[in-house]
Design a protein around this ligand. Structure first.
Ligand code: C2E
Ligand code: CA
Ligand code: CA
Length: 637
């Protein structure tokens, strides 16, 4: 209510700018018209006056003789020549004594059939007359006078025509100006509407953008506070959007985002504000919800609706979403805190394996804080010797022989105690520290394997886990080659463990890197096999040497027949492709028995040993009674 009101309380009517400019155009035209009309009026009068003067002089010059000889008839004839002039209404010639000598009066002249001329008819409609009088002089002496009277009717008629034309032009100009101005106004309004749209909507999905999201969330939380309601915020992040974008192109990526938006719109209520915050992040504001439980089931429904396959340019595309849920006022005091709570819950959902929704819990904040803490102390960890490599054996169960060891990273944190790699590797990946950390692991693992060989222990192959970030580093192959060279370890004794999902992220680029690694002589195994894409066509193209069957298939053996069948199929497939198989997470004798019978080449797990520090690993091996591939004798005492 910023507009001023007058004393009576009514708001004064504002004149719109375009009306104002129309009014000024009108006034200008009116003034110009009036000036031109008066100019026209005076010049018409002047020309009538000079016309009458010329006529009077002509008659005067010719009537001298008739006056001298008092020939009234001749004078009368002369005057009747005025009949042809439209403007002259009467003329009188006076003699020397001032008496009327001859007269012409149009009003007494019968019409000559020229009735089309409006002012030659009698009686004429005379508005104003003009009179001119002149002396008739002969030889320097006055012989009489002539008086001639003209009508201004025709001048007025022309003036009327002129005014009509001027008015018509003015009105047409005004109409034109009005059309131009309103056209301009429409264009400005359209531009304003477009700008307003762009300020509040995402052009790809037609959903509210981040700006509109902030406004709406702010508004929703304020309203909920006033009426004592609950608002839930769902933050959604597509888990594998980048893969779609990279493999199918940005156009397909946009189509996918639009399809996700459509599905959200179909699943949710009209009153729920669906927003795209940018990239593959979406948000939904749910007003008037009963409790967190209701929000949780909506979150789950949203995740499910997205996980159904999409049809993008003739292809079936699978995406999943992770959803974090925060509820106001249960989890936050204001809009900003609500975003933070939902965000924390979303990261929790991602950590917990993706394709799920999670409602915020206060412990999650502690976890997020710990994450920040880890990131801060990770940098110092390498420099201050807090990192250590542990080794877990891979065993050829049938031949009772030690085949190799997997190097697994351990962080002995001075305050938090031992921190699992499951927790700190993802932090190292996002903070960029995985580069130096991964390089350190490679150097240490190669150096340890070479040192064991030098000490006379039989050679074991060493396996090192590689992060997707390391694989993307263009210097990666050189880093591996340098680590081998620095340790003096033959390349065939090093195996790199890569996961299926990381290989599928950029197939062509990874294929190139793998070929170069194989050219060095390094072995490559696919870790956690069976949990990722499992694309058989790619498996054939990748230059790999080993498949590691994921722990999840092993843990339920031998009771779970389905997992047993999958395990058997993986082993058969690997052998058909000339690959070795390793089963991880073997904890029981029965599992070892079942896997060996299925033809699994090597086993790894707590049944044999937990991951151990280097010295403890050798001690374990010495006491295990296992031989090595290169020696046919057991080292056990
Ligand atoms: P992973 O490559 O699947 O490693 C196997 C994990 O299973 C190890 O956990 C190991 O301790 C555990 N494990 C071994 N045997 C058994 C068993 O019988 N039962 C059960 N329940 N678990 C068993 P860990 O050492 O905590 O490592 C976890 C993950 O961290 C690894 O999974 C790997 O992905 C990653 N990681 C470890 N070290 C490194 C590293 O140096 N670099 C990179 N990039 N990642 C690493
Ligand atoms: Ca591994
Ligand atoms: Ca694994």
């Amino acid at each position: 209510m910023s507009e001023a009101t007058n004393a009576t309380g009514t708001r004064p009517r504002r004149i719109r700018p375009e009306s104002l400019s129309l009014i000024s155009v009108g006034v200008a035209l009116l003034i110009a018209g009036a000036l031109l009309t008066s100019y026209q009026y005076f010049s018409l009068r002047n020309s009538l006056r000079s016309d009458l003067t010329v006529q009077a002089r002509l008659i005067g010059d010719n009537v001298q003789a008739a006056l001298t000889f008092e020939d009234v008839r001749a004078a009368q004839d002369l005057l009747s020549s005025l009949k042809s002039s439209d403007t002259v209404t009467s003329a009188v010639v006076f003699n020397r004594n001032g008496r009327e000598f001859a007269r012409f009066d149009r009003e007494h002249v019968p019409p000559d059939g020229d009735s089309a001329r409006p002012f030659s008819r009698s009686p004429p409609y005379q508005i104003e007359r003009m009179q001119v009088e002149q002396e008739i002089v002969l030889g320097g002496a006055p012989v009489g006078r002539i008086r001639i009277v003209g009508s201004l009717d025709q001048a007025y008629f022309r003036l009327a025509l002129f005014i009509g034309a001027t008015l018509l032009t003015s009105v047409l100009s005004m109409v034109l100006a009005k059309l131009l101005i309103s056209g301009m106004h429409r264009a400005v309004k359209q531009a304003e509407e477009r700008l307003d749209y762009l300020a509040h909507f995402d052009p790809v999905t037609n959903l509210f953008n981040r700006h509109a999201f902030n406004e709406r969330l702010d508004f929703a939380t304020k309203r909920a506070r006033r009426f004592g309601n609950r608002v839930a915020l769902l933050l959604l992040d597509l888990d594998n959007f980048k893969t779609v974008n990279d493999t199918l192109g940005h156009q397909a990526g946009d189509t996918l985002l639009k399809s996700v938006a459509d599905r959200l719109g179909q699943r949710l209520r009209k009153s729920d504000a669906i927003c795209r915050l940018g990239g593959d992040e979406f948000a939904v504001i749910l007003e008037n919800i009963a409790d967190a439980q209701q929000a949780a089931s909506l979150g789950q429904a949203v995740v499910e609706v997205i996980s159904a396959p999409f049809e993008i340019s003739g292809r079936k595309v699978f995406v999943t979403a992770s959803c974090g849920i925060g509820v106001f006022p249960d989890h936050a005091e204001a809009a900003k805190d609500l975003i933070r709570s939902a965000d924390t819950a979303m990261y929790h959902a991602k950590d917990a394996g993706k394709n799920i929704s999670a409602v915020f819990r206060p412990e999650m904040t502690a976890k997020a804080d710990r994450r920040i803490n880890i990131e801060g102390s990770l940098r110092a960890a390498l420099e201050t010797d807090q990192m250590e490599l542990y080794f877990q054996p891979k065993v050829d169960f049938v031949n009772r022989c030690l085949n190799g060891a997997e190097a697994l990273l351990r962080w002995h944190h001075p305050l938090h105690g031992d921190i699992s790699p499951v927790e700190f590797i993802p932090v190292a990946e996002v903070s960029g520290l995985i580069g130096p950390l991964g390089k350190w692991v490679l150097q240490k693992a190669c150096a340890q394997a070479a040192a064991w060989q030098r000490k006379g222990y039989p050679s074991v192959d060493i396996s090192v886990n590689i992060s997707v970030i390391q694989l993307k580093d263009p210097r990666f192959v050189d880093i591996v080659a340098d680590a081998l060279a620095a340790a003096g370890l033959p390349a065939r004794h090093l195996e790199l463990e890569l996961t299926e999902s990381m290989l599928m992220e950029d197939v062509e680029a990874n294929l190139g890197v793998m070929k170069r690694l194989r050219a060095l002589g390094v072995q490559i195994s696919i870790d956690d096999f069976g949990t990722g894409y499992s694309s058989m066509s790619y498996l054939k193209r990748f230059p790999i040497t080993t498949l590691k069957i994921d722990r999840s298939f092993v843990s339920d053996l031998p009771n779970d027949r389905e997992n047993a069948a999958i395990t058997e199929a993986i082993i058969a497939l690997a052998h058909a492709l000339d690959l070795k198989t390793v089963a991880e997470g073997v904890e029981t004798q029965a599992q070892a028995q079942e896997l060996s019978e299925a033809g699994c080449d090597y086993l790894q797990g707590y049944l044999f040993s937990e991951p151990l520090p280097a010295d403890a690993f050798i001690a374990w091996w010495k006491s295990s009674g296992l031989s090595t591939p290169n020696s046919d004798r057991s080292v056990a005492a």
